[in-house]
Structure formats: structure tokens, C-alpha cells
Design a binder for this molecule. Structure first.
Ligand code: NDP
Ligand code: PHD
Length: 364
């Protein structure tokens, strides 16, 4: 198969660097264009990027000349991944879509548009039907293939919704959900990033905007596509109450979340039924044969002191989510600890897996 041409916006950042690692030797995509700010444009990538990954910078990226983030520079791309600073992503991504490009974005700017799917690919890939609807309508009208954007969720939200989806499918709606997060510093990006003096020997009990994003995005991801495929309908606050508290901790990669939930239906399932349901879950992307899809979507850990970020974040190459300490909760029904890799399944990896699904479904 001829590989699809890929570009990365925000290629020098925390998410952008992860995109490069995931795309450097990808069987479906050939990474050709890297874009960043005017400060970096015109430089070789190796000179522009302040590389902070524990894996070495792929050789193929070193000599690529960083482009400005214009649609003209990315015009040959079949797919553009965005890890842009949200302050600048809005107009740049809009220009790309208007130029007919397919964009998969990590930035928050378009997540709340009702006709933009907000996708965690191991949870709600069916929301991509909204894009399929747009492409089919243009084709039926004899129009050129339109550009489109798919948004990836907030990284903490991705970990939160992963175990919820199989549980809702098996046992019906969850009506109350609380989460307290312990978020890695790579989630704050690299420019400027979290200063060591703030986070070493410390916990910061505030991440701007994060709690609102978690509480809102969960309702969209667990919502459903309208019958005419024109938009996504959110769960209402009456259907699910979500409460999030977010903390920054001195971990490099991997967001941990202590969650508790209650099912709407009585009687609630047993602890063993909950565990078995999570173990049995196979995400649709794996069934589709997508290259990066986790073989085991949810890893149920029985050791009493797991999951831990350093030990468990790379399960299924960072595309799998770990869940441990599943037990009854004296206030709600169950509590558990969830760990997800924030720049893989919480960001760039989700972007790559979404693109693999788009390719498998003939949308790029
Ligand atoms: N880190 C994470 O875990 C997650 C991040 N996200 C989102 O992904 C996006 C990227 O985050 P992250 O990688 O952490 O951020 P970084 O700060 O590490 O990287 C930001 C990128 O944007 C580029 N940029 C800055 N200003 C401009 C500009 N004026 N024009 C074009 N490019 C510009 C930077 O280029 P330069 O180096 O040249 O300045 C850099 O490549 C954000 O929107 C973030 O909210 C989403 C989920 C998780
Ligand atoms: N706020 C997240 C990362 C992030 O940038 O999320 P969002 O794309 O929703 O702004 C964190 O600090 O870990």
C-alpha cells in the first residue's frame, strides 16, 4: 500500500515530539512536513526542537526543515496532526480545514463544536460518523472532498472515559462520577513547562481549565451521534453528574486518577462482574485491524499497589489503560485507580489511532 503523507503542526512541543516518535516508522503514514512557530520555522528540526523524550530523536526527522504553519506548506498532506499551542491553534486549524485538509487536533479550540467529533479512539470511534456524513453529502452533491477536523479529548478525560465505556455498555448508565487526578508534568507542555522549583517535593492542586474540561468532555464522549449524522448529542447534567479535582505531581509521563462511580440501575453489578467486563473489552479499532490499537484495551491489575505511572504507563505501547484497586465504595457503587499515558492515549497516540481508523474507513 502507498503510504499516506502526514504532517505535524506544533512538531517541536511535548505532543509534537510524541507524534514524531509514533509516526517515524509507521506502516500507513509517511511523515513529511513539520510545522512550528515562526521562531522555529526555517531551522532543521534537530536545531529547532528541545528534545525531551527518553527515546532518541528519529534520524528521519533531524534534517527536515521546520515550516511555518500555513496550509500551503502542508498542501500535499493526506492527514495533518496538530499539537499546536491552543493560543494559536484556532485560526491555523481553520485555515487548514478551509483549504480542504484533514486535521486531527489535540488542541481544545474546536472540541465543543457540535459538528466536530471529540474522539478517544478506544472509546467512541463511532462519533467519526459525523465526518463520514459530511464526506458522503459532498460526494452526493458532486462537490470536492471537504476538509474536516476531528478533536482528541483532554488527556485526563481520555483515561477517565476508557473504563466507563465498557461498563455503560454492559450495565447501563452511570449517573454519578467523581475523579481526583494526579497529572504528569509533560501534560503542561514544554513552552515553558512546569518549573522544577514548583513541582519538586510538591503537589500543585490546580490546573487551569482542566476540571471544567473533564466534566464537560465526558458528556460529549459518552453522548451519541444524531440520526442524520450531523452532530453529537451530549449527555445531560440530569443523566450524568461529573465532578473532577485536578492536581499536578512530579511524574514525567502518565496521568493517574482516583475515580468513584454509581450506576443508575439497581442492583449494581458485583466487583467481579465489573472486573470481568473491563478485562473482556476489545476496542473497535483493534477489531478493525488498526496497527496501533491495543490488543488489551483495559489492563485490570490485581496487585494492591498498582497501577503506578513508571511501571504501567507503557502497557500496549501506551495505548492501553490500566485499572487497579477496583473495590466497592461506601458512598457510590465502586472506586478504582486509572492510569493512562497522557501523551500517547491522552494525545498523540490517540491522534495516530484516529487517523488509522479514518484510513480503514476510507475517509482519508
Ligand atoms: N501535553 C499533553 O499531554 C497534552 C496536550 N494537549 C494539547 O496539545 C497542544 C500542544 O500541547 P503541548 O505539546 O503540551 O505544548 P508545547 O508548549 O510543548 O508545544 C506547543 C507547540 O506549538 C508551537 N507554537 C507556539 N506558538 C506558535 C505559533 N504562533 N504558531 C505556530 N506554532 C506555535 C510550538 O512551537 P515552538 O517550539 O516553535 O514555539 C510548539 O511546537 C495544546 O493545545 C495542548 O493543550 C492535549 C492533550 C494532552
Ligand atoms: N491540561 C492537560 C494537558 C492539556 O493540554 O490538555 P488540553 O488539551 O485539554 O488543554 C495537562 O495539564 O495535563
Amino acid at each position: 500500500m502507498v503510504k499516506k503523507v502526514a504532517g505535524v503542526l506544533g512538531a517541536t512541543g511535548s505532543v509534537g515530539q510524541r507524534f514524531i516518535l509514533l509516526l517515524a516508522e509507521h506502516p500507513d503514514f509517511e511523515l513529511r512536513v513539520l510545522g512550528a512557530s515562526p521562531r522555529s520555522a526555517g531551522k532543521r528540526y534537530v536545531d529547532a526542537a528541545n528534545w525531551k523524550q527518553t527515546d532518541l530523536m528519529p534520524r528521519m526527522a533531524e534534517d527536515i526543515i521546520v515550516s511555518e504553519c500555513t496550509a500551503a506548506a502542508f498542501k500535499d498532506c493526506d492527514i495533518v496532526f496538530s499539537g499546536l499551542d491552543a493560543e494559536y491553534a484556532g485560526p491555523i486549524e481553520k485555515e487548514f480545514v478551509e483549504a480542504g485538509l484533514a486535521v486531527v487536533s489535540n488542541a481544545k479550540n474546536y472540541r465543543r463544536e457540535e459538528d466536530v467529533p471529540l474522539v478517544v479512539p478506544i472509546v467512541n470511534p463511532e462519533h467519526l460518523d459525523v465526518v463520514a456524513g459530511k464526506l458522503d453529502a459532498a460526494k452526493a452533491a458532486g462537490k470536492a472532498r471537504p476538509g474536516f477536523i476531528v478533536c482528541i479529548s483532554n488527556c485526563s478525560t481520555a483515561g477517565l472515559v476508557a473504563p466507563l465505556k465498557p461498563l455503560v455498555d454492559a450495565f447501563g448508565p452511570i449517573d454519578t462520577l467523581t475523579t481526583t487526578t494526579l497529572q504528569a508534568i509533560s501534560g503542561a507542555g514544554f513552552s515553558p513547562g512546569v518549573p522544577g522549583i514548583d513541582v519538586l517535593d510538591n503537589i500543585i492542586p490546580y490546573i487551569g481549565g482542566e476540571e471544567d474540561k473533564m466534566e464537560w468532555e465526558t458528556k460529549k464522549i459518552l453522548g451519541s451521534v444524531s440520526a442524520d449524522k450531523s452532530h453529537v448529542t451530549l449527555l445531560t447534567p440530569e443523566q450524568i453528574r461529573v465532578s473532577a479535582q485536578c492536581n499536578r505531581v512530579a511524574v514525567s509521563d502518565g496521568h493517574t486518577e482516583c475515580i468513584a462511580l454509581r450506576f443508575a440501575n439497581r442492583p449494581a453489578p458485583s466487583v467481579e462482574q465489573v472486573k470481568q467486563c473491563l478485562r473482556d473489552y476489545v476496542c473497535d479499532a483493534y477489531k478493525l485491524g488498526c496497527h496501533s490499537a491495543p490488543q488489551q484495551t483495559i489492563h485490570v491489575l490485581e496487585q494492591q499497589d498498582r497501577p503506578q505511572p513508571r511501571l504501567d504507563r507503557n502497557r500496549d505501547n501506551g495505548y492501553g489503560v490500566s485499572v487497579g484497586r477496583i473495590r466497592e465504595d461506601p458512598v457510590l457503587d465502586f472506586k478504582m485507580v486509572v492510569l493512562s499515558h497522557n501523551t500517547i492515549i491522552g494525545a498523540a497516540g490517540s491522534g495516530v489511532l484516529i487517523a488509522e481508523i479514518l484510513l480503514a474507513r476510507g475517509m482519508i
